[in-house]
Design a binder for this molecule. Structure first.
Ligand SMILES: [Zn+2]
Length: 104
């Protein structure tokens, strides 16, 4: 007997109804390649904004909730990078990428 040691990290992926992030949390942003283009998501997610993952540069969707969390100091990355334990981008990255996309 003895204590079982878990190998590797355990990621719990849940919606975040509290609208709060804990230190070290990385918001998982859906990949365009996973959930689809604007034409495919706009009916369900009219608030989504096309952006890119600050870690790998893949196209991602940002919800208004995700943007608010990032602005409050949360970090973000695409689902793939977040699952791989990436540190994620900050509000500064969001600002820079938005500028590059012409959002001002
Ligand atoms: Zn990524």
């Amino acid at each position: 007997m003895g204590k079982e040691k878990r190998q590797g990290a355990y990621f719990k992926i849940t919606p975040n109804p509290s609208g709060r992030m804990n230190p070290g949390d990385v918001a998982c942003c859906p990949l365009v390649s996973n959930v689809g283009t604007w034409d495919e998501v706009k009916d369900k997610h009219h608030d989504w904004e096309l952006s890119e993952c600050p870690e790998c540069g893949a196209g991602i969707w940002l919800s208004t909730i995700a943007v608010a969390l990032i602005r409050e100091g949360g970090r973000y990355a695409c689902t793939k990078c977040a699952l791989q334990g990436a540190a994620g981008g900050t509000a500064e990255d969001l600002k820079r990428i938005r500028k590059e996309h012409g959002h001002g």
